[in-house]
Write a protein that binds this ligand. Sequence first.
Ligand code: NAD
Length: 349
Amino acid sequence: MQSPWDCPDFDDHEVVHFVTDPQSGLKAVIAIHSTALGPGAGGVRFWHYAHSGEALVDALRLSRGMSYKNAMAELPLGGGKAVILAPSDGSKTPDMLAAFGRAVEGLCGKYITAEDVGVTVADLVAVSAHTGFVSGLPAEAGEAGGDPGPLTSLGVFLGIKAAVRRALGRDGLAGLHIALQGAGSVGSGVARLAAGEGARLSIADIDPRRARALAEEVGGSRVEPDAIMTVEADVFSPCALGAILTEDSIAKLRVPIVAGGANNQLATAGDGERLMERGILYAPDYVINAGGIINVALAYLGEGDEAEVKRRIGKIPARLETIWSESAATGRDPAAVADAMARRLIGRA
Ligand code: NAD
């Protein structure tokens, strides 16, 4: 059996906790990658894994990603992530959430949890009955916090505009064609903002009703999910799944820009280089999609209202510009440049 230390995704994580609560059936992994800049912050995922080893790999990868994302967003937070191993029937019980809350509380603030795949705001409210180390709780109008989706969309929209300025030399999105993958919380916000500026949208979602409804709302067209990555457009915006940029899919892209909100878009580190070799400008995912974490983090830290959140999201384009400029100057792809910058910030150059 492979030891966690030998796992290829182990990156000198400071602590990895394996949580078991036989009474509720909770099994979880809480990984804290780095606390160099502050407590390890990142959401909790509720997911059914075929093998428990996959849960460990997910927690290791995602917590490192949160270290990078929080550092690049200039937040006083480190990187952490939790995964709850969902039972095969997918049941998520109040007892499990309570046990998870107690486990987070037991870490005395070294890990701050939040929403992720399979976990709702209502779940977080339940967790918060057992620990104060929870971000992403409901907020009043004008306050920071609450649903991170719309603010993630705002950052992605601003990032797309920055990419358009750099790659196409154009200000604004009027008349440009965006191929959008995913008509969920982030994708629909991006579509509305882009359409509001006069962009034309081609939209795909594995749920055809969602794609159709969004296309109707923004005056775009619906595309089959397996065709969206080969649409000829000005921008491909991945706002659904991770690991969609592979050797095969990159070869088929017909866009000069890839900029979207999905996490972990590159299947492997080499895929960042492949995009660059094809002359496609890539916006590193954890930089462009940081709007949501900025929102929940400022609410948790009590560092400002919605206006302050938007001011900080407004810095995403300049951050992307810095990465693209360094990429142009060094010949390294933007994803590698962003990783190196993030590692310098957390003292792991
Ligand atoms: P969501 O569940 O609201 O929407 C995702 C959409 O993608 C769904 O409509 C789903 O049907 C669709 N989808 C799934 N597989 C697809 C495929 N193969 N082709 C086309 N569509 C597909 O999720 P979301 O909150 O919008 O998040 C989208 C992505 O952005 C995820 O990768 C998430 O990790 C990332 N992200 C979200 C936030 C946030 O604030 N919500 C923040 C940062 C990153």
